[in-house]
Write a protein of this length. Structure first.
Length: 215
């Protein structure tokens, strides 16, 4: 059992770290480009995973299948075009995961074509890490685009009520509780409420097939 857990950790941790780090970096970078220097002041415009990773959140991802990183704060009053920029900041993180997944898919297919029958353990390990990275990042994209607070997708729907703090806080609070409840139910039962897995497999396998690899 311990060996299995260690192997799982080795295969998934690189994809998780890369996915979460670039996801949060892009939130911070786009916010900075839109006129808000809050993320820069907090040291979030960096590729250093330690600035973005929440230890508890990453443990949840590894062992429970869902989790979180440190959220990037931004000051809407500093944005040049708050309505537009809020949505740009929201989609920047998931967009980064899409790019990672597509680029990693291309690298995986190129490597598998050059090593159709991997003979070394290092090559096999690399291929498995790449494959995990692909599906982890599709997972981060799909999960974060769900329009339930506090996920990024909610900003695309509820940005119109941000000027009403009390209502927005209620939506955020109850949305967070609802999301956690849904994930808890799914992790403890066979009930599927959010078809995240189906969407991830569709995107992951579809892009791999596009590059010439059939699963």
């Amino acid at each position: 059992m311990e060996q299995f857990d260690l192997q799982r950790l080795v295969l998934t941790l690189p994809g998780i770290l890369i996915g979460l780090t670039l996801h949060e970096f892009m939130h911070a970078y786009v916010a900075d480009k839109c006129g808000d220097d809050t993320a820069r002041e907090h040291g979030r415009i960096t590729f250093n995973p330690l600035k973005h990773i929440d230890p508890i959140g990453i443990l949840f991802i590894i062992f429970a299948g869902f989790g979180w990183a440190k959220p990037v704060s931004f000051n809407e009053e500093k944005l040049r075009n708050p309505k537009r920029d809020t949505m740009l900041i929201a989609v920047a993180g998931p967009f980064a995961n899409v790019v990672i997944a597509i680029v990693t898919s291309a690298v995986f297919v190129a490597l598998i074509n050059s090593h159709p029958s991997p003979e070394s353990e290092s090559t096999t390990l690399l291929l498995n890490c790449l494959l995990n990275c692909i599906f982890i990042n599709w997972g981060l994209f799909v999960f974060n685009m769900i329009p339930i607070p506090p996920l990024d997708g909610s900003h695309l729907i509820f940005h119109t009520v941000r000027h009403r703090p009390e209502l927005y806080q209620k939506i955020y609070r109850y949305g967070t509780l609802a999301l956690f409840g849904i994930l808890l139910i799914e992790s403890r039962t066979n009930i599927t409420i959010l078809p995240i897995g189906y969407a991830v497999n569709f995107l992951g396998e579809g892009v791999l097939k596009f590059f010439g690899y059939g699963m």
